[in-house]
Design a protein around this ligand. Structure first.
Ligand code: IPE
Ligand code: IPE
Ligand code: MG
Length: 247
């Protein structure tokens, strides 16, 4: 792909205009939504929905690996989720601790490299330590990458990126330079962004990285999502025609 008018931002530059026919997305990002409503429909406490949601995380990360998806990003806790009641926040943190304890071995064994986006250092010190330990343990892995959004919000990420670039020569600041200071630096742009639970919004997720992503909104609540639905999403992606501004 050539351009007469100068370089394109990396997100648009890396893939060439193409019909994605039959192609597997390299990077799938999911806004895992609907845990609370899943629980409510069963007259259960919200935490029961989050607990079931963790099972879905397990199923979907396995399915993503078997589909050959290189990078799977899961939005687990947003920078706005601090607005929830303290008890729910504490339940979510407890489930994150539990997930690391129960699933890190499998991820490490399967060659999965873990990454975190967002400022997880705002979490409790013991949890920060666990997360850092998990990142270090899988850092050398070269299989697929599992990215978890923890205290993540795109606007916060962009603010931190702007701060990191603030002292630089303005002429040197371009899209590629910005990408090097985003939490996702080095990862491919999002090809397919899925949100479950019938909400049609991005809720401050991957605003830069999803610039050219195909968007898929499904009504299924996250605890009911599974391998078949991920497969269906990938098939639907393969039928989309991606143009990246070209023809
Ligand atoms: C998504 O489910 C999980 C998180 C945001 C942590 P919700 O908790 O948002 O569930 P609903 O949207 O209330 O159903
Ligand atoms: C988005 O879901 C955040 C995560 C999935 C972690 P929310 O449930 O927090 O989003 P809103 O508040 O409905 O936009
Ligand atoms: Mg929600």
């Amino acid at each position: 792909m050539t351009s007469a008018t100068g370089p394109l931002p990396t997100a648009a530059r890396s893939p060439s205009p193409q019909s994605g026919e039959g192609e597997t997305p390299r990077h799938v990002a999911i806004i895992m939504d609907g845990n609370g409503r899943w629980a409510k429909a069963r007259h259960l406490p919200r935490v029961a929905g989050h607990r079931k949601g963790i099972e879905t995380v397990r199923v979907v990360t396995r399915a993503a690996r078997s589909l050959g998806i290189e990078v799977l990003t899961l939005y687990a806790f947003s920078s706005e989720n601090w607005r929830r009641p303290a008890e729910e926040i504490s339940d979510l943190m407890g489930l994150l601790r539990h997930f690391i304890k129960s699933d890190l071995d499998e991820l490490a064994r399967e060659g999965v490299k873990l990454r975190v986006i967002g400022d997880h250092t705002a979490f409790a010190p013991d949890l920060v330590k666990m997360i850092d330990g998990a990142l270090a343990r899988t850092a050398a892995n070269t299989g697929s990458t599992l990215v978890i959004g923890l205290n993540y919000g795109s606007q916060d990420e962009i603010v931190r990126a702007a701060r990191a670039l603030a002292g630089r020569d303005p002429a040197m600041i371009d899209a590629a330079a910005i990408e090097t200071v985003l939490d996702t630096s080095g990862l491919p742009p999002v090809d397919l962004l899925i949100r479950t639970s019938g909400e049609h919004r991005l809720s401050n997720f991957m605003l830069w990285q999803a610039a050219y992503a195909e968007l898929l909104f499904v009504d299924t609540l996250w605890p009911d999502f599974g391998a078949d639905e991920l497969r269906a999403a990938v098939t639907a992606y393969g039928l989309r025609e991606r143009r990246f501004g070209g023809l």
